[in-house]
Design a binder for this molecule. Structure first.
Ligand code: NAD
Length: 260
């Protein structure tokens, strides 16, 4: 019998990451949660995963903008579980502003959290994956890894960077039993997207309802938000043995957005 695998999902105290952590626990993996939030709520989430799925769950509140904290998290997780078999780089932040008014600290934070953190977790996870000759890295990119929208220059730059990083690492480890893929969702209704609605309404000078219908879902041919569970199931599939020949792929789950 294969020993129990361990997954680490960055930014898994909310939204898509939380859904992915639950899907991987359901698939029988120990999970290391990461992300910010109210301590009691995070503890309830952690305990529920252990209770419902019979796996070990930990939470490490490392800030993905800080390489030293990422390193401490990875060391702690690998010391306890032997390896991170499935690494999901999901933590992400957004800021919407015209490029000539873009706050420099927001630019730096978006590049650090949405792009550089994946470099740090990946470089620290790979040695143990290579020893085990098995590993799965799933980078939660975005449709904005493939196409652009105005007023999101930092996010689009970081996600395009993450796509390139995914492909490059996939080639490096292709013969080590390790796959590296990106998931490119369209609009999923999570706290990150909810927070963008008033920002976009302000920037564009339109109502919040118009932002939802005429900006967000206008480009998504299905005209509905994607469910967190749909993205989580795709991540769980990419993390499975069955997906061993999928690597370096940009997996769109965007209701047809990038088909146009
Ligand atoms: P969310 O805001 O609901 O969750 C983000 C998570 O990241 C939270 O757990 C938060 O605590 C954590 N986080 C934020 N900054 C962090 C930091 N510095 N260190 C550690 N953790 C941090 O967001 P979401 O919508 O679930 O987005 C998750 C990922 O999916 C992001 O990378 C986002 O770019 C991507 N994505 C989202 C959508 C969408 O429509 N929601 C679409 C495409 C891609």
């Amino acid at each position: 019998m294969t020993p129990r695998r361990t997954a680490l999902v960055t930014g898994s105290t909310s939204g898509i990451g939380q859904g992915i952590a639950e899907a991987l626990a359901r698939a029988g993996m120990n999970v290391v949660l990461n992300g910010f939030g109210e301590p009691a709520a995070i503890e309830r989430q952690r305990a529920a995963i252990e209770r419902e799925h019979g796996v070990a769950a930990r939470h490490v509140g490392a800030d993905m903008a800080k390489p030293a904290e990422i390193e401490a998290m990875m060391t702690r997780a690998i010391d306890e579980f032997g390896a991170i078999d499935v690494l999901v780089n999901n933590a992400g932040i957004q800021h919407v502003a015209a490029v000539d008014a873009f706050p420099v600290d927001r630019w730096d934070a978006i590049i650090a959290v949405n792009l550089c953190s994946a470099f740090h977790t990946t470089r620290l996870a790979l040695p143990a994956m290579k020893t085990r000759k098995w590993g799965r890295i799933v980078n939660i990119a975005s449709a904005h890894a493939l196409i652009a929208s105005p007023f999101k220059s930092a996010y689009v730059a970081a996600k395009h960077g993450l796509a390139g990083f995914t492909k490059s690492v996939a080639l490096e480890v292709a013969q080590d039993g390790i796959t590296v893929n990106a998931i490119c969702p369209g609009y999923v209704l999570t706290p990150l997207v909810q927070a963008q609605i008033p920002d976009q309404a302000r920037t564009r000078g339109v109502s919040e309802e118009e932002v939802v219908q005429k900006v967000m879902l206008a480009g998504q041919p299905t005209r509905r938000f994607i469910d967190i569970a749909e993205v989580a199931e795709l991540a769980a599939y990419l993390a499975s043995d069955a997906a061993r020949s999928i690597t370096g792929a940009m997996m769109s789950i965007d209701g047809g957005w990038t088909a146009q």
